[in-house]
Design a protein around this ligand. Structure first.
Ligand SMILES: [Zn+2]
Length: 63
C-alpha cells in the first residue's frame, strides 16, 4: 500500500520506496529485507491500483 508518500511492505509495513504524487511504476521488484520478499506494486500517479484492474499504460490486467 501507499501511505504518507511511501510504498510500504504489505506484510510488515516497513517503508520500501518513496512514491511521489506523479510516480508510476509497474513490474518493478521492490525487496523487503525484513520479510525477504519481493513485491511488484502497480502504482499510477502516486496511487496503488488493485489487482484485476487494467494498468493504464498497457491495458494489461494487474496480477
Ligand atoms: Zn516486509
Amino acid at each position: 500500500m501507499v501511505t504518507g508518500g511511501w510504498y510500504t511492505c504489505p506484510c510488515c509495513r516497513r517503508r520500501l520506496i518513496k512514491i511521489g504524487r506523479t510516480s508510476t511504476m509497474y513490474r518493478v521488484p521492490v525487496y523487503c529485507r525484513a520479510c525477504k520478499s519481493e513485491w511488484f506494486p502497480a502504482i499510477w500517479n502516486g496511487r496503488e491500483l488493485e489487482a484485476g484492474k487494467p494498468f493504464p499504460l498497457t491495458g494489461e490486467k494487474i496480477s
